[in-house]
Design a protein around this ligand. Sequence first.
Ligand code: ADP
Ligand code: 5GP
Length: 187
Amino acid sequence: MRNVLFVLSGPSGVGKGTIAKKLIERNNIALSISCTTRLPRNGEIDGKDYFFISKRQFVDKIKKNGFLEYSEHFGNFYGTPKDFVENHLADKDVLLEIDVDGGLNVKKNFTDAILIMIVPPTLNDIKKRLESRNTESDENIKLRMERIDYELGKKSEYDYVIVNDDLSDAVSEIEKILKKEKAKKGE
Ligand code: ADP
Ligand code: 5GP
């Protein structure tokens, strides 16, 4: 079965990172590591969670056409490095964990990309999850909550929408989608 490029998007705090971790533990999947100009959070490691680079380095990479897509969130730049994706797709499925606009931009370059949106059972769940993660200031949580309507408004442009209520159910549903999409591609 051929390898696929798939995108997990959805509002900040919906559980993308948690789902991605489970998928990678159980399958032959490479998680694309994005570049960002934001500072590392406590415990985040350069080259593992993100490539943490300066604004200048980021702009340089844009000029060299080094991103599959990039965008700005909460005052920082985030982008998907093209070489990382292309190198890994040769022997694994590749997972991108990026925002909705990023996902839609990827699809323009990579029409075979599978777009999966993760949504919360209720809006209140997202707020609770962001608070319990304990990584964002109140102001940052407010900014992230304000963006939710925009992100959820794009769900009809995504190939699949998965509700992250029970974590293991959400992971299994995504695994079924991957199996189906890989079978569709044949060989
Ligand atoms: P994202 O990557 O989308 O910003 P995270 O994966 O960091 O979100 O999850 C945000 C918080 O929600 C984390 O504390 C995580 O443990 C929790 N979480 C994730 N999925 C679920 C779920 N299905 N039910 C309850 N809590 C969850
Ligand atoms: P965070 O700061 O919480 O790690 O990420 C903030 C937002 O940036 C999230 O919505 C996340 O999905 C998005 N993001 C992370 N990496 C990329 C990327 O490479 N490209 C784009 N467009 N968005 C990204």
